[in-house]
Write a protein that binds this ligand. Structure first.
Ligand code: MG
Length: 263
């Protein structure tokens, strides 16, 4: 059966069993249809399997990016809470793709840090190669969709090291998911983070210093963005320390809830 989807979609990645290979799929309510596409960007034009119930599979992080480009201090109140000035240009850093975990996976606290914090953020997934966009290019046309990200950070190591690589890139420090929602307006979403059900962060993407279209153009002017690459757009105020046993949730309206337990 061949199905071509041009409309709003929920794209996920899943495994049917512990031993089966990961596969992309399209989710409609509880109905999951496996895609025959080998790559994320071709899922929307892929042949699809008959629907199965999503509860029968293990959902994985929906992306396997070549790189994760993060934006620091993109919300004024968050910069202020850490005693930082707002940058005049986007402050970029990279997070290791090996840090990615999916919805329901555990965030592991490393022994090197005593101050691991959550940072709930809007994640932007790239649809097609983007490099040095022209004035006529619409940055939004390079976006496949949006997902929830927790940019988990060892704050003490971030301060100690000055640069961010170690603090941001421990294994399990990048929960992503639960899926990619296409056709969402990124300019006015609410990004919330809860720890054990208590709201810690709540921000509007309208309050970003540098908007999603600006960021795509800015980053693509520096480095080529490939399909599936992940842009993590900064966190609102309210970051706090995580402890073993905590449940942390990042919720973005129009996408869903990314939930992980800390251990
Ligand atoms: Mg962050």
């Amino acid at each position: 059966m061949s199905t071509k989807c041009e409309q709003r979609m929920r794209i996920c990645r899943f495994r049917r069993s512990e031993t089966s290979v990961a596969q992309f799929g399209i989710l409609d309510g509880n109905d999951l249809r496996g895609a025959h596409a080998g790559t994320l960007e071709s899922v929307s034009h892929s042949r699809l399997d008959q629907p199965i119930d999503v509860s029968a599979v293990k959902l994985l992080a929906p992306v396997t990016p070549s790189k994760i480009v993060c934006v620091g201090r993109n919300y004024r109140e968050h910069a202020a809470e850490l005693g930082n000035k707002m940058p005049t240009e986007p402050l970029l850093f990279l997070k290791a793709p090996s840090a990615i975990i999916g919805n329901g996976d555990s965030i592991q606290l490393p022994p090197e840090s005593t101050q691991v914090e959550h940072e709930g953020e809007l994640g932007v997934v790239i649809a097609k190669q983007a490099r040095k966009l022209s004035e006529d290019d619409d940055p939004l046309s390079y976006i496949l969709g949006y997902t929830c990200v927790n940019d988990v950070t060892a704050r003490d190591l971030q301060r100690q090291d000055v640069q961010f690589t170690r603090a941001k890139s421990f294994d399990t420090f990048c929960p992503v998911g639960p899926w990619i929602e296409t056709e969402l307006n990124p300019l006015n979403l609410i990004v919330k983070t809860r720890v054990n059900g208590i709201e810690k962060q709540s921000g509007r993407t309208a309050d970003m210093a540098f908007s999603v279209p600006f960021l795509i153009r800015y980053i693509a002017n520096i480095m080529t963005l490939f399909p599936g690459d992940l842009i993590v757009t900064g966190t609102p105020a309210g970051v706090s320390r995580l402890s073993a046993g905590d449940t942390v949730e990042v919720e973005i309206d129009g996408i869903g809830i990314l939930q992980n337990v800390v251990c």
